[in-house]
Design a protein around this ligand. Sequence first.
Ligand SMILES: Nc1ncnc2c1ncn2[C@@H]1O[C@H](COP(=O)(O)OP(=O)(O)OP(=O)(O)O)[C@@H](O)[C@H]1O
Length: 493
Amino acid sequence: MPKLFLEVFTKVLEFTDEPLLLLDSDLKVVKANHFFYITFSLKPENTEGVLIYDLASGQWNIPKLRKLLEKILSKNNIFNNFEIKHNFEHIGPKIMHLKAGRIYKDVNHKQFILLGIEDITEQEHDKQHLEKMVKTRTAELKRAKQAAEDEKLIAEDAMCEIKKLKEQLKAERAYLTEEIKLEYNHEKIIGSSDTLKYVLYKVEQIAQTNTTVLILGETGTGKELIARAIHGSSKRKNKALVKVNCAALPANLIESELFGHEKGAFTGSDRRQLGRFEVADGATLFLDEIGELPLELQSKLLRVLQDGEFERLGNPKTIKVDVRIITATNRNLEKEVEDGRFRADLWYRLNVFPITMPPLRERVTDIPPLVDFYVQKISRRLGKTIDHIPRKVMSSIENYHWPGNVRELENVLERAVINSSSSKLHLVDDLRKSYKHLGKNLKTLEAIERDYIVGVLKQTNWKVSGSNSAAQILGLNRSTLRGRMRKLNITRS
Ligand SMILES: Nc1ncnc2c1ncn2[C@@H]1O[C@H](COP(=O)(O)OP(=O)(O)OP(=O)(O)O)[C@@H](O)[C@H]1O
């Protein structure tokens, strides 16, 4: 049987392009095919009968291979893809795959094993090259993905920033349009009195810093003008000075005006609106009539002053801003604090750098230049030419006590210009009853009203209504007169 088997098998061996070996039960080479001899540059005389481990200078004497071959003999195992590195003298190292299995066993336990040898060097190299390429490409893709994600984040941040700036610009534009409508006159500050010079010196001292400024003074003295001068000389001058008049808004609207609101934050809020604090980010916020700020908002303002933080109405997200605050009031804030109408801690925060605007009557030397300035300005606007201000007119202006300060002066001069038919300024208002001429025994308006009503009543023999009655003389209807008498506690004695 082995003889016939060998004959047939030797022929079969030649039908493949793969080196093949036939081993016997002692693991000695019985036969090898032509391809084996070519691949390994060996000859049958030094191959047949040689122990597999002694072949090719003992290169296949590997413990693991021994184990595998022995297991075929004892347990009829097969193995596949056992990898060895074979060093060829003429072409160097190659990677070979070995596979083997028993193909014959007879009753005498004679066995034959077929060992196939495949050169997989090229595939292996291709595989390694491919693996390397996949690795490199994966790393490249990973990096590209990361970069894309980073860029996406940057783009998202930029979009957010653009959206924020766009909103701020929109709000700023809306605010400025409002301002233009108010026709605020960006006047220069007129006057050269020492008191005004001192104020301007303080403006110069503080303008470049970020310090909070509190401007005090009677109505119409130019507090807003000074606030604008501080902003205009500061590093923030390229952005608008944003103004909120705390007295002009109803208490329930001030909060949304200052801090903004989301759509639907309260009834009637049909769209999102930025507050003045956000509009003024990077600029200056001028809070006029700060004494009128409701108590509950005073604590919120204090928080913005301390941390620069607040929340929009209807949105819990904290917003941080960089806003310089200038406030103004004609109230005595110290007294307001004493009376519990103004928070002491807010007052300390606001009063870091107070500037007091002196009333016009305390800087009489500023009056002539102010009169010249306003007469020229108003007559230009009205298309008139007024170039003569009589000495008498000027001195009556100088002697008046100007409770409404520069604003009142402006109004008096406007009426005068309108009524002047020549180039000479003609005053309409009677400024003769100057406060200076009234002496020391001044009475309240209420006391004067009471005296006058009592005088008229005495003259009419206390006839309140009807013809020749006090009501008729005073131009009041009788119930109004009775009401006044009750209020002023007037009774016939
Ligand atoms: N020194 C000045 N030179 C030129 N104009 C002035 C001067 N001071 C005040 N004015 C003008 O007087 C008017 C009133 O000034 P402003 O509004 O600044 O006063 P205010 O103290 O803020 O008043 P209020 O307390 O009523 O808000 C403005 O038209 C302003 O231009």
